[in-house]
Design a protein around this ligand. Structure first.
Ligand code: HEC
Length: 494
């Protein structure tokens, strides 16, 4: 919780990470799935001893080279840049705890790039069998980049016995890495990668000119890369959903179960959209390149690619949302506050606990409550909200018609966002049952507000100034002041 806050107007800093990450994932998944595609297709060319397939591989791998080594690598660095700026506390936790794994990741990554360059530049110049082995080595190495990042990403959400319920680290980092979602998530990603490899291959195959039989053969072959995801993918998705924290499952299910009422949660809607993209994509691939390769062209291939992008966007967005309000589940909230730190910050005060906020606060007059409240907002709320305007979860919009009283009540309520009440009761057989219930409706969405009462009051005062009611009152006051002030200064004669 001791880093400055990077303010990004309108979209909020979270979306800077999101946009770069989704772009990166769309390419990096291709780097791995495409590796399998190159290896298998080259094995096919070797078996059939077909130079035309080799020529296609050459063309496809040039596209692959440019996309993965340039855009993939640059956007990967971009993610580090964005997470370091937008969520330095979370990035610090990742580096400190998963340091060895990151090290391994970068070694695999460097080896992956080097192998691909060797693969690409020896094509046609090397013994065909050996070159095919090189393709499989490339896929093998890139698989390990997936293995490592998958353990870190899933460990941020389903971290097994690594933490206790208070958010203290009690287990080993291996418990976080080989967590319950590790295997299902890994297979799901592999299936997505194979499907993406097929989609990219459809694009390059669609540009083949004057060799219709080869083109149709490759289109049908590429379309089949959707199969693993189609046939066994759903099973792994169900397995994955069962490994999620109960609170996350509840948010998804409470959304899905009320679909009929038209009031389901945003996450359920987006997951539904992901399913629509996936089934639409598979349907289009079957009726398009698979059954009617003749009519397939580059425009159609680009449409498939857009649907693939839509799917990745919704899938990655939902996965990130599932972790909210945490950046590392059960350990650290999105705003950098650690779960096991709440009581201490409430006792010591927010400005005492946060070095940067304290330094910024020191530049303000002591009685400037609105100024201090603005800092409270920046450090505790801005990871998920913008202040004014209509941007990303704009606070002015979300405060709606609340007046000062309602805002004070809201902030008071939000102190207990993390509190789970448990109630003992007897069922009809006289057995004791314990039911748990979140104390506030914001549990699972927002972290608790922390600090001394005067700091919370300052936050409320600031929120009033950006609320609709507060702005109206402010404008009236200013008008009233204008009316009572003399239009021009009286001139005095000397
Ligand atoms: C981890 C992310 C996160 C943080 C941090 C966060 N919020 Fe929120 N907040 C949300 C989400 C998600 C919603 C629901 C948004 C929606 O309905 O569009 C929300 C909704 C709200 C609402 C509208 C609630 C309602 O019932 O109408 C208010 C007010 C609000 N937040 C205030 C705050 C304040 C004040 C802070 C800082 C003390 C804060 N939030 C910090 C995620 C967050």
């Amino acid at each position: 919780m001791s880093y400055p806050v990077w303010e990004v107007p309108n979209i909020g800093n979270g979306w800077v990470i999101g946009l770069i990450a989704i772009f990166h994932v769309f390419i990096s998944h291709f780097a791995i799935g495409g590796g399998a595609f190159l290896a298998l297709t080259e094995t096919l060319a070797l078996k059939k001893n077909d130079d035309r397939i080799y020529a296609y591989i050459k063309k496809h791998s040039k596209f692959f080279l440019l996309l993965t080594t340039v855009l993939g690598a640059v956007s990967g660095v971009g993610i580090w840049w964005a997470i370091g700026l937008a969520n330095p506390s979370g990035t610090q936790v990742l580096i400190q705890n998963f340091g060895m794994f990151w090290g391994a990741e970068w070694v695999f990554f460097a080896a992956e790039l080097a192998t691909f360059l060797a693969y690409y530049y020896t094509m046609g110049k090397m013994d065909k069998k050996q070159h095919c082995v090189l393709a499989w080595i490339y896929f093998g190495i890139s698989f390990w980049t997936l293995f490592v990042i998958n353990g870190i990403l899933t460990g941020m959400l389903t971290n097994g016995g690594w933490l206790n319920n208070n958010g203290d680290i009690v287990g080993t980092i291996y418990q976080a890495f080989f967590n319950p979602a590790f295997w299902p998530a890994m297979f799901i990603r592999l299936f997505i990668m194979f499907a993406l490899a097929g989609i990219y291959a459809l694009l390059t195959a669609s540009t083949i000119k004057g060799q219709d039989d080869l083109k149709h053969y490759l289109l049908r072959y590429s379309a089949k890369w959707m199969l693993p995801g189609l046939v066994v993918g759903p099973l792994f998705v169900v397995w994955y959903l069962f490994t999620l924290p109960p609170a996350t499952q509840q948010i998804i299910m409470s959304g899905l179960s009320v679909i009929g009422e038209g009031n389901f949660s945003l996450m359920a809607k987006v997951i539904f959209l992901a399913i629509v993209f996936a089934t639409g994509l598979i349907g289009m691939v079957i009726v398009g390149p698979f059954l009617n390769p003749k009519g397939f062209n580059t425009t159609f291939a680009l449409m498939l690619m857009a649907s693939g992008f839509g799917f990745m966007f919704t899938e990655e967005w939902s996965r990130e949302m599932m972790r909210k309000p945490y950046v590392i589940y059960n350990y650290m909230y999105s705003n950098g506050l650690r779960k096991n730190q709440i009581a201490q910050v409430n006792a010591d005060g927010f400005f005492t606990s946060n070095a940067w906020a304290r330094a910024e606060g020191a530049t303000l007059a002591k009685e400037d409550a609105v100024g201090h409240g603005k800092l409270m907002f920046r450090y505790q709320c801005m990871s998920c909200h913008t202040a004014t305007g209509t941007g990303y979860r704009s606070m002015a919009r979300l405060l709606g018609e609340r007046d000062e009283n309602a805002i004070v009540n809201l902030v008071t309520l939000m102190k207990d966002n993390h509190v789970i009440l448990s109630e003992e009761s007897k069922d009809e057989n006289g057995k004791t049952v314990i039911t748990t219930k979140a104390k506030t409706p914001y549990n699972g969405y927002m972290p608790p507000v922390v600090g001394h009462q005067d700091e919370l009051d300052a936050l409320s005062k600031y929120l009033v100034t950006i609320s609709k009611k507060g702005m109206e009152a402010g404008a009236e006051k200013a008008e009233a002041q204008m009316a009572t002030e003399p239009a021009s200064l009286p001139t005095t004669k000397s």
